[in-house]
Write a protein of this length. Structure first.
Length: 171
């Protein structure tokens, strides 16, 4: 190949490489924009679901230990008979959620909104429920032993047959 040919090809090759790189970047950006939030669809033990919208999902019977649900929307979600040990629900929206028969022991529910939630026969042992809103929540037959209900709103909360041994902050 002579010198003149190289002089002509060099700028053409540079332009082609620039175009290929630009197209690759644009395709990558387009794919990222189109992808759903995979973090919020990974609903397994140990997951980070902080701030995720899980409204009205059916998570019945799931093993969801050590999950971070902080600030998540779990309103109307079915968590019946789920294992939620050691999870965090700080400032989570659990309005009208079904947590009946769930294992919610050693969990952080501080500042969570559990208005109208079904917690019938739930295991809520050694759980932090400070400043939680339990307005009209049904905790019939639940075990709340050792839990902290300091400053929780318990207006209209049903506690018939609930185990309140060692509960902190409940009158």
């Amino acid at each position: 190949m002579n010198t003149d040919s190289r002089k002509i090809l060099k700028p053409i090759i540079t332009i082609v490489i620039t175009i290929v790189i630009t197209i690759s970047i644009l395709v990558s950006v387009f794919i990222l924009i189109q992808l759903p939030n995979n973090r919020c669809s990974n609903i397994t033990s140990g997951a980070d679901l902080n701030g995720c919208d899980l409204h009205a999902m059916d998570l019945q019977g799931k093993n969801l230990k050590h999950v971070d649900f902080s600030g998540a929307n779990l309103s109307d979600t079915n968590l019946n008979n789920s294992d939620l040990n050691f999870s965090t629900f700080e400032k989570a929206n659990l309005i009208n959620a079904n947590l009946s028969y769930a294992n919610i022991s050693r969990v952080n529910l501080s500042n969570a909104n559990l208005t109208g939630a079904n917690l019938i026969r739930a295991m809520i042992i050694d759980t932090n429920m400070q400043y939680a809103d339990l307005t009209n929540a049904d905790l019939t037959g639940s075990n709340l032993s050792g839990s902290n209900l300091s400053n929780a709103n318990t207006n209209g909360t049903f506690l018939k047959y609930a185990n309140l041994d060692g509960v902190i902050g409940y009158p």
